[in-house]
Design a protein around this ligand. Structure first.
Ligand code: NAD
Length: 345
């Protein structure tokens, strides 16, 4: 065994930052525990070809902090953490590397649970799980989290519609879904069943065609998503989709989608509010996936997952009572900070 675990100095406000290296299997990983105030830290493992370790540390700390907020808001009894493996997931990843990563997770003795993220599949997690019981999101465990994410977004979107339009009924509402992947297609199906009029956009033309054929959607070119007259915008592709430049062109009055980090900068949140557009913060509405993973950690069933999904929709309703006065992301962050302060006290 060539695995070495080294504690690095974590940034202020973070609990722990660990470097795990196993030269025999080409592993260099960083594991960050932002907060375990509400429970053991949980968050996925990302594999990415970072240019250097500083870039990996910057990413893992940012992501770990985000998980604290997402897990707290979803009421999961879990703290926030994340891990990254440095390397090209298509070229460098091996079962041996994933097992070495599993040993690194195991060395943290249950203070951190890992799962899939960008570049890591359920199969990779299964290799890690040979070495630790703290690897979750396995095919035979809670399964694909995407349908849960889509269901959570859908429930929150209905709450948002009730707030914005005075009626949660989506019949005839024009909803633009950007990104028809695992989450976006499932969300589009739910919206169609609820009577919404769909406009869809994806670089994958096969997915667009499927939505047009099966869900009577209208297609929108990917570079024209700010042109159609719509009621609701559901970003389910990439981060940073809403910017200072494009928000002035957005006709929707509600934004609710699965994509992480939808606002290019925090100032975009204020701009949306100034324009009278209600933004439901991404980390609140897209927590269905981590809720599903958490059910595996806690050994819980579907009823537990559904209760948590109901709770995120209730939290959105609670947030919206203050939304006329303040930026919704700020409201959500403050709700979490209050929970953390109460738990710490
Ligand atoms: P996915 O990779 O299955 O789907 C993404 C889709 O977006 C693909 O169909 C892709 O072709 C499309 N796309 C990429 N660039 C585009 C562009 N410029 N314009 C339009 N479409 C584009 O991913 P997913 O699992 O469905 O996740 C979607 C988003 O939700 C991601 O941002 C992800 O981080 C976030 N998210 C997913 C989950 C989950 O459970 N899968 C949970 C939380 C957050």
């Amino acid at each position: 065994m060539t695995l070495t675990i080294t504690d690095l100095t974590p940034p202020e406000g973070f609990e722990r930052l660990v470097r795990a290296a196993d030269p025999e299997h080409g592993l260099i990983a960083l594991i960050c525990l932002h907060s375990t105030v509400l429970g053991p830290a949980a968050g996925g493992c990302r594999m990415w070809a970072y240019p250097d370790e500083d870039a990996a540390i910057a990413d893992v700390t940012r992501l770990a902090r985000g998980m604290t907020y997402k897990n707290a808001m979803a009421g999961l009894g879990l703290g926030g953490g994340k891990s990254v493996i440095i390397g090209d997931a298509r070229r460098d990843k091996t079962p041996g590397m994933m097992r070495a990563f599993g040993r690194a997770v195991d060395a943290l003795k249950g203070s951190y649970y890992t799962a899939e993220d960008v570049g890591i599949s359920p199969q990779d997690m299964a290799h890690a799980a040979q070495e630790t019981r703290y690897a979750v999101g396995l095919s035979e465990g809670s399964g694909d989290p995407s349908p849960w994410t889509a269901e959570g977004v859908f429930r929150c979107l209905r709450v948002g519609a009730g707030h914005v339009f005075g009626d949660a009924d989506l019949t005839g509402r024009r909803v633009l879904v950007q990104g028809l992947g695992h989450v976006g297609m499932s969300l589009a199906q739910k919206l169609h069943q609820a009577g919404a009029q769909l406009i869809v956009s994806d670089i994958n033309q096969a997915a667009v065609q499927q939505a047009c054929d099966e869900l009577h959607a209208a297609a929108c070119p990917t570079d024209q998503i700010f042109q159609p007259q719509i009621d609701i915008f559901a970003p389910c592709a990439l981060g940073g989709v809403l910017t200072q430049d494009n928000v002035p062109h957005l006709s929707a009055r509600l934004v609710c989608g699965a994509a992480n980090n939808q606002l290019a900068t925090p100032a975009v949140g204020s701009l949306l509010r100034e324009r009278g557009i209600t933004y439901l913060p991404d980390y609140v509405v897209n927590a269905g996936g981590i809720i599903s993973v958490a059910s595996e950690i806690h050994g819980q069933d579907d009823a537990w997952r559904r209760t948590r999904l109901d709770q995120i929709a209730e939290r959105v309703a609670q947030m919206l009572t203050q939304a006329r006065l303040r930026d919704t992301t700020r409201i959500a962050d403050e709700m979490v900070e209050q929970m953390l302060a109460q738990a710490a006290a």
